[in-house]
Structure formats: structure tokens, C-alpha cells
Design a protein around this ligand. Structure first.
Ligand code: PAF
Length: 291
């Protein structure tokens, strides 16, 4: 497994692979790798060779009061995990390589970026879209893999890829969960033991919403009220939002008649966690739930 530090070297490696007719895959990460990331790598390896994993803690997607300095960095452990999976290369540039002095250009996906996470974290998605576009330009993958836990991010990146006619396909992969249902996230490492126990409420809230809809509920407010009730019953949880939104526009829905997401953002102490469920109406009138 090669560790590639420079843009020139990464571009050259990808150019060579593409020239040989190979299918290039990219898994963009900020390190602190867990089973969720590794599931993306495995999926990429089924469809692509070579597979590059980028590890870059992107400063521009952190707000001034956010956790850039203390974001978990587990370089040695990350490399071991990727080596064990047989990843071809790790692209790990310095911040100055990605953002040299004089850097001025950013990408903003209008409308989808302002709501939900964007309201709580102004500028966050501008940082994400910009760095992902740069990574796609540098690695030139046929396919790039992202987790559905960050559903809004995935939707924004798909829109960016379509709007800018990018050659890379954005592939969104299922959420990986702990046995109690907590979605894997690098930020779970911040949770104190009692917060970690409490965080299982995210999955319980989605599960309660699923039960309500499986019993016939189609009114979004009714389903949101059920999620709120479950979240409010957990004293260590402080809900930022618990919404049902259209899966394409991310606008609030009143009735569940098209694909939509139940999206949660909840604080446990200073740690803000996300979770979601994709709800897809079937021809039979029943709903399909992807948790
Ligand atoms: O989801 C993440 O880890 C990051 O937002 C990403 C896509 C690697 C961009 O920095």
C-alpha cells in the first residue's frame, strides 16, 4: 500500500491506472476509521481496482467553534486497517497541499446546503463540496463512495456531480450500526460512557417512527411527534432537529408519498450526532425502510 502525499504523484498514479483501462475507486475520509468506513472500502474493492482512500481532516468544513483541533486522529491504526484490507493507496496530503496560499475558489450547492446541518453549521457544506470536488479532480475516480449516515452531504455531492457534469459517480452506501443501533461515527469517540448508552435513543426514535408508519401513519407531523417523544424521554439527549424531508429536495414534507428521509441531529453533552432512515413508498402502497 502506497502513501501518497502530493497532488502531482496522486494524479500520475490515477492517470496511469486509467490509461491501463482500470476502474479507479475513491473512498474520501477524514481518518479515525471505523467499520462504517471499512464497509465503503470493501464495496469499492468489489467494483474498482485500484482503490484509493483519502485521509484528510478538511479544515474548511469546521466552523470556528467546532472540533478541528480535537478531531480524532488515529493515523497508525488507520493505516493498519487499510493495509489489512489490501487498499492500493492512501492519499494523505498536508493542508497546505490542498489549500496553498492564495486559494480563492469554493463550490456551493445552493438550496440543499442551507437547511438542516447547514443552518446549524454555516459554511460546512461549502467546505465539504469544495474539498470533495478537489479530491475528485485529483484522484479522477470512476466511482467515489460515501456513507448514508451523512444523508444531506451525500445528496449535496450527488447534486454537485450532476450540475458540474463530473465523470465520477457518487455512490451512497448503507449505515453501519453498533449492536444497540447507534450509527458508527468518528465522533462517537467523544461520548462519555453514560452519553454512549443514551445515544442509542437515536435508533429507538427512528424505530418508533418506522413502527408508526408501518401501522399506516402517513402524516409527517404525526411521525415527527413520535420521534420527538422518544428523544425527549432521554434526559441526556438535546434535539437539534428531528424532521421528515423529501429525499431529493431536502424540503420538509407534510405527507409521506415520495421517497423521504427521517433525519435526526441530537446533542449528547457537547457531541452532536446524526442519524437517519430512508423511507421509500412501494407500488403496493407499503413503505420500505432503510435504517
Ligand atoms: O464525510 C466525511 O468524512 C467528510 O465530510 C468528507 C466527505 C471526507 C469530506 O471531507
Amino acid at each position: 500500500m502506497e502513501t501518497i502525499r502530493t497532488i502531482a504523484w496522486m494524479k500520475e498514479a490515477s492517470r496511469k491506472a486509467r490509461g491501463e483501462g482500470r476502474i479507479v475507486g475513491l473512498v474520501p475520509t477524514m481518518g479515525a476509521l471505523h467499520e462504517g468506513h471499512l464497509s465503503l472500502v470493501r464495496r469499492a474493492q468489489q467494483e474498482c481496482s485500484p482503490v484509493t482512500v483519502s485521509i484528510f481532516v478538511n479544515p474548511t468544513q469546521f466552523g470556528p467553534k467546532e472540533d478541528l483541533a480535537k478531531y480524532p486522529r488515529t493515523w497508525e491504526a488507520d493505516l493498519q486497517k487499510l493495509e489489512a484490507l489490501g487498499v492500493d493507496s492512501v492519499f494523505a496530503p498536508e493542508p497546505s497541499e490542498i489549500y496553498p496560499g492564495g486559494f480563492r475558489t469554493t463550490v456551493h450547492v445552493e438550496g440543499l446546503s442551507e437547511r438542516l446541518e447547514g443552518r446549524s453549521r454555516p459554511g460546512h457544506f461549502r467546505g465539504v463540496s469544495t474539498v470533495v470536488l478537489k479530491l475528485l479532480e485529483i484522484v479522477q475516480p470512476h466511482m467515489a463512495y460515501f456513507g448514508r449516515k451523512d444523508a444531506q452531504q451525500a445528496r449535496i455531492l450527488q447534486q454537485m456531480a450532476a450540475d458540474l457534469n463530473l465523470d465520477s459517480e457518487i455512490i451512497v452506501c448503507p449505515i453501519v450500526r453498533e449492536p444497540d443501533g447507534l450509527a458508527l461515527s468518528s465522533r462517537n469517540a467523544y461520548l462519555k460512557p453514560e452519553e454512549r448508552r443514551a445515544a442509542a435513543v437515536l435508533h429507538r426514535a427512528l424505530d418508533a417512527a418506522r413502527t408508526e408508519m408501518a401501522a399506516g401513519a402517513r402524516d409527517a407531523l404525526q411521525v415527527q411527534t413520535v420521534m420527538r417523544r422518544v428523544l425527549d424521554a432521554e434526559p441526556l439527549a438535546s434535539t437539534d432537529y428531528a424532521e421528515l424531508v423529501d429525499a431529493e429536495t431536502l424540503e420538509p414534507v407534510t405527507r409521506i408519498s415520495r421517497p423521504c428521509y427521517a433525519l435526526l441531529a441530537v446533542f449528547f453533552g457537547g457531541t452532536r450526532l446524526l442519524d437517519n432512515m430512508l423511507i421509500t413508498p412501494q407500488e403496493s402502497g407499503e413503505l420500505r425502510f432503510d435504517l
